[in-house]
Write a protein that binds this ligand. Structure first.
Ligand SMILES: *[C@@H]1O[C@H](CO)[C@@H](O)[C@H](O)[C@H]1NC(C)=O
Ligand SMILES: *[C@@H]1O[C@H](CO)[C@@H](O)[C@H](O)[C@H]1NC(C)=O
Length: 332
């Protein structure tokens, strides 16, 4: 991206590193490590008007109609229309879906290049004040939504949602990156807001985060699993009496690019998730792959079974992309 547009983007992204995440009480969860700090954070999210995201059918990376601030030596990012991802259901209650290869290697490389200068310590806001917290020790970067590669990924996620979002009414929301290094973590929290948020367009509408995508972009780490203490695998063990199903192999699962699919009925060389010793499921980070879950019940209350944590990294680096689709309250 050209410097001019990068500066533009950095300016509007300053507020976007505030992650709107609430950390609830989870009294029935035994692990002290995960419940050591508890708070309730009413958090500002994105202080700007949010036009609905409209597809990926553009090569324009800076969203304007001229090429004056495009670096001519850097070709605009083009979505790979032939790319396919693969989804498998992990849990029905709550709905949790594992998506293989949601993000392509060129998209990862481009997004990381764009976001690198934008990382800042992750914050939450408590009692109206932005602050850092020992509950969340990562760094975050708001992503420019007019960036070419970002648009490709968000458009793919939009397609996955189908009719969960209403065109020209609901929104995909501003995507963010989060990065963890050795020792960093995010204690158990949920992604929805306890109180729905006011629309930024001046209408009286209210929205909440109907669902979440959590896509891994960099997985060069040990530890750092994404842990859902309340998730239950659909089938605790396989019908043929073998080990539990822990995610089929597939493109991107083992980090190689050979595109070879392993037998889709047998687990890959390394399970993608495991049953955690304290209950629930823990997913190891695999670059390109994503978790998707639905945050809200049909009556628009939050589903506490989607509470989750980023377990501490032992070493290395983990970077992930959050996409939080916004659904407006049906009766507003
Ligand atoms: C909303 O729906 C959930 C799931 O059916 C239920 O557990 C909860 O009690 C409901 N809450 C309200 C306020 O109706
Ligand atoms: C992976 O992480 C290790 C430890 O931080 C580092 O030494 C190594 O260079 C990293 N490799 C890549 C490909 O980033």
């Amino acid at each position: 991206m050209a410097m001019a547009s990068l500066a533009k983007v950095a300016g509007i992204s300053a507020g976007a590193v505030l992650l709107a995440l609430n950390i609830p009480h989870i009294p029935h969860l035994s692990s002290q490590r995960l419940t050591a700090f508890v708070g309730d954070f009413p958090i500002p999210d994105y202080p700007f008007a949010l036009p609905f995201f409209r597809g990926s059918d553009t090569n324009d990376t800076d969203g304007d109609t001229d090429d004056t601030d495009d670096n001519p030596s850097e070709a605009p990012f083009v979505c790979d229309a032939s790319h396919t991802y693969r989804a498998e259901i992990v849990s029905l209650e709550p709905l949790l879906i594992y998506i293989h290869a949601l993000v392509t290697p060129p998209e990862i490389a481009s997004i990381l290049r764009t976001a690198e200068p934008l990382f800042a310590p992750s914050q939450v806001t408590k009692n109206g004040r932005q602050q850092r917290t020992s509950d969340r020790t990562s760094s975050s970067a708001g992503l420019p939504r007019d960036d070419g590669a970002v648009r490709c990924v968000v458009a793919r996620a939009r397609g996955f949602l189908g009719t969960l979002l209403r065109d020209d009414y609901d929104e995909m929301g501003p995507p963010q990156l989060v990065r963890y290094t050795a020792g960093q973590r995010f204690n158990v929290h949920h992604d929805w807001f306890d109180s729905p948020r006011a629309a930024a367009d001046g209408t009286s509408r209210e929205w909440n985060r109907i669902a979440s995508f959590f896509a891994i972009l960099q997985d060069n780490c040990t530890g750092g699993e994404t842990y859902f203490p309340h998730a239950e695998a659909v089938a605790p063990s396989s019908p043929w009496g073998g080990p539990s199903w822990h995610g089929g192999g597939g493109v991107g699962d083992d980090g190689d690019e050979d595109g070879k699919e392993t037998d889709s009925l047998s687990p890959g060389p390394k399970p993608l998730w495991r049953e955690h010793e304290d209950g629930g499921l823990a997913f190891r980070p695999v670059a390109g792959n994503a978790l998707f879950w639905v945050n809200l019940h049909a009556n628009w209350t939050g589903d506490v079974r989607t509470n989750h944590a980023g377990l501490p990294l032992v070493d290395g680096l983990k970077t992930a992309m959050n996409i939080w689709p916004r659904q407006y309250r049906p009766d507003t």
